[in-house]
Design a protein around this ligand. Sequence first.
Ligand code: ADP
Ligand code: ZN
Ligand code: ZN
Length: 806
Amino acid sequence: MSNIAQIIVNIPTRSITKPFSYLIPAHLSFAAIGWRVLVPFGNRKIEGFIVGLEADNIPGLKSILDVLDDFPWFDNNMLETAKWLSNYYLCSLAEAMRLFIPGQSGIKTQKAYQIPQALDWEYTKALLSNKSQEYLILLAYINEHGPVTLTDLAKRFTSIAGMIKFCLQHKLIVTADTVSKRGKANSTMLIKLAVSREIAAQIEKALPKSKTAQRRLLKALLSTQELNTVELRSLAITQATVKKLAEQGLITICSVPVFRNSYAGAQSLATELTLTSEQRQALQHIIPAINTGAYTSFLIHGVTGSGKTQVYIQAAAEARRLDRQAIVLVPEIALTSQIVARFRTAFGDDVVVMHSKLSVGERYDAWRRLHAGQAGIVIGARSALFAPVSRLGLIIIDEEHEFTYKQEETPRYHAREVAAVRAKLAGATVLLGSATPAIETYYHALQGKHKLLPLNKRVDDIPMPAVTIVDMRQELAQGRRSVISLPLQTMLTEILARKEQAIILLNRRGYSTFVLCRECGHVLKCGHCDISLVYHAPTSILRCHYCQERHAVPDVCPECGSRYIRYFGAGTQKVEEALNGLFPLARIVRMDQDTTRGKLAHDKILAAFAAGSYDILLGTQMVAKGHDIPNVTAVGIISADTALNLPDFRAAEKTFALLTQAAGRAGRGSKPGRVVMQTYNPEHYAITAGAEHNYQEFYQQELSFRQQLGYPPYANLIKITVQANDETIVHRQANQAAAELTQSLAMAGAAIIGPFPAAVNKVKDIFRVNILIKTKDLPTITKQISTMSIANQKNIIIDIDPVNVL
Ligand code: ADP
Ligand code: ZN
Ligand code: ZN
């Protein structure tokens, strides 16, 4: 019998990599691999995960204090996935396992104080003789109630901080943490009869007339079997009455968990569809794969409006028919209420939605429902991948090319990679879907890693929208300086006259994107970040979009004192102003980070626009995604080049995907769609291919560019970022790291690029310098890096397969 557990303690650090041994006490002998437990660690109590068991006799081991669930949280596949993550992304096992825990930790620790065991009260009184009475009252309180938290003490005592400091210094109190479980299940009371109906009926009759409440309760139970809190309230029955009958042994009170549902607002769309022939063909491949119970991965390459969601739904239905569970990933849950609504319509309460605005408690409920098999489908952003589904049969990744599938903090995983691992372990099917697959994904599909399923036509043979490219240099040459070109203006005039709707995209918020002194050329920058400040018109304030700092607009140039300060670069606010000027009668709504702060604000704006309350929806990339509004016949792209000019090898890919997405919003109903793309780079292949909806053309050009430079998919990248608040130190350390890398990796055939300062080389007063490693043998190189000193330095970030190389 194993009596010792190997436990990974849930502390997010790279330096603790090994499990610790703890004794399993007899009363917790059921605790096995995968259980979450509470363990003593130093002088704290923390959460731990059991990853191994052994039978041994090691003296002096500490014991597990408690279990945190009534089932093992991790099944074997979850555990294996976590191990893979920690190996591949060079993070600790604890960091990987935390991903599977709602809120990253199952417990909440609060600092608390108690009286030390051997406190000499006489000595204490003497010590406090010249202090206020409050001190002794405080100590007496702690003595009686300890351990007590600071929050609790602060409610009862004024100037508590000073007293605590003194008492700690003189060892009159010691710290002791209190630990509470997070995300406790919400429960509701359920009342049942504890005696037979006959006896209950007799007792009810025998009760004196004055006991009306007790009689009412018994009568109600005789007619309905059980009553919950709400029903009790409607019968005007108090807790006291319930308690009295329970004490007499006539009723039992049980507590049953209730599950919170905070996405009740999503509207439902009832649809009965006959599949298109392309949808049918795709499913003819997918359905048998789900049935084999072996891993298969598909790439559904479907143009915008080709009906990918319907294919997802049918695939999920098949998985459910086989009693297997499905994980559906979307790039950003706030922008995808339509897909949620469609799944809800098809599967009702079998769907659990993981919204980033759920509380930890709500998350915990959702995951317990999935674990218990009370729900079969989870929809969410990348973190939904870690849901505790034990019968996984299908993982769907919608818009698989989106960069939000990469986590930009440790563990820096990519959902697509992790999905493949989880699916392989579970014998599940993966469906990747996109109109503009990532270059890597498409390349891998052509190589056979994913089966390629094309959906080349829109549903009902609706034509793709016609795109006009407007060369903004020509506009300028003809003396037009507005952010709205003549062709865009003409298109909007026409569709407004027909009571149709338009979407205008500009991927920059604010009014002016930079402010410059015409005298000396000085650009106003944030004091903490190496980036220009953005002018926001409604408040007449300069804002840093990196650290959110605000500055008043200076009257004179801080460099040369000139008054000649001018505003350049258009943001969404400026476009809004221009549209209002051109179309004073049009109803315009702006959607960007500045207008969507509240809960589900996106949904509200989109719903109002879809309902026809507005004529023009204007905003950043969030206007381009996911929705399907039949009356939208025009899309205007103010600056197709916003992302194109960034020094990022994925700039073209990003641009092409965004243009395609945005254009894809137009003409999805019975009326044809039109798109105007404004650009200063009309010859660039991302723009020309985007205008022609020609993915193949874009892919070929982009692939040859990647091949020339040896970038993914022809090699893997690793990005090493050194960061510190001192510029000299950062550079010195980066140079050392680069030298160390060159020396140890040269033999393994890796190319080291850099060090070079990050594109925004200072953010919030932290300087960042990058080193890029290109390799065709990622496993060997990561393994080698894991043994180097840079792998354990706190201020060095290692990013495997970075999506952002700036
Ligand atoms: P995509 O995600 O590929 O852009 P959607 O899944 O949003 O496309 O589908 C586009 C539109 O076509 C939606 O309004 C959807 O309800 C509708 N649709 C999908 N499949 C069918 C079908 N087989 N018959 C009729 N309409 C369909
Ligand atoms: Zn100046
Ligand atoms: Zn800043």
